[in-house]
Design a protein around this ligand. Structure first.
Ligand code: 0O2
Length: 213
């Protein structure tokens, strides 16, 4: 059995490389003077404690194995945050068009939110990592969501940790209300999108004039 460090190292490389590539997409929009659909990008390798919890949930052995690599599709996880809901489909299309990864599966929790209120677009991709012993194909999960969806998901995630997935009814109800409020916020922001973007271009021009690159 390979040590955990060895098993996880291609995942770490995949996260590092994909973070650079996805952030690169954002910079390219900046260079061409087009508003970027990507606000910011984060990435992480799933901590061992979370891998352990997932193996218990799925009833698989907690050991570095091909089964684990196949069944846990988010050991490498990337998250792309967008300002507006419409930006999500732009980013999804940009990812679908790339030659350096293969989209294996897509889950649209935006059109069909989860019962918890969770909204996000998930893409499972296969990404080749070059190692000193050859090419390793790893799975990575890319979650694409708006800033409002991300705010809700991070709060719900912390509470989930606190209540170990079993929320008191009152909290569950409040979270569903908060998800609805986040949805409304996204709708309102979308309706004044052009106003917001004009203001953002105006401010970035002023910033550039005061502090040229
Ligand atoms: P963490 O700590 O973020 O890594 P899976 O459970 O992954 O085998 P499933 O349920 O089909 O299979 O995966 P799905 O629905 O694509 O969800 C995987 C990830 O989406 C979760 O990973 C969360 O990051 C996020 N997610 C899904 N549902 C919710 C939700 O109701 N609330 C929040 N806050 N996040 C959610 P992990 O491993 O559960 O967590």
């Amino acid at each position: 059995m390979v040590p955990w460090g060895t098993f996880l190292s291609p995942y770490k490389q995949a996260v590092d490389e994909l973070k650079i590539k996805l952030k690169g997409m954002r910079s390219q929009f900046g260079i061409t003077g087009t508003t970027s659909p990507i606000e910011f990008v984060t990435g992480r390798v799933k901590p061992l404690a979370s891998i352990y919890d997932k193996t218990l949930e799925k009833g698989i052995a907690f050991e570095p194995s091909q089964q684990l690599a196949t069944e846990l599709q988010d050991i490498a996880g990337l998250r792309i945050m967008c300002q507006f809901v419409d930006d999500i489909s732009t980013v999804v299309n940009l990812i679908r068009q790339r030659d350096d990864l293969k989209v294996i599966e897509e889950k649209d929790y935006i059109t069909h939110s989860k019962p918890s209120g969770y909204r996000s677009y998930h893409m499972i991709v296969e990404y080749p990592v070059e190692t000193i012993t050859g090419k390793v194909e790893v799975l990575a999960e890319i979650q694409i969501r708006t800033l409002a969806m991300n705010f809700w998901a991070s709060i719900e995630h912390s509470l989930n940790y606190k209540y170990k997935g079993i929320f008191p009814e009152e909290i569950k109800y409040r979270l569903q209300n908060a998800a609805e409020a986040a949805f409304k916020l996204d709708e309102e922001m979308s309706s004044i999108r052009s106003e917001i973007q004009e203001a953002q271009v105006y401010f970035s021009e002023i910033k550039e004039a005061i502090n040229p690159k």
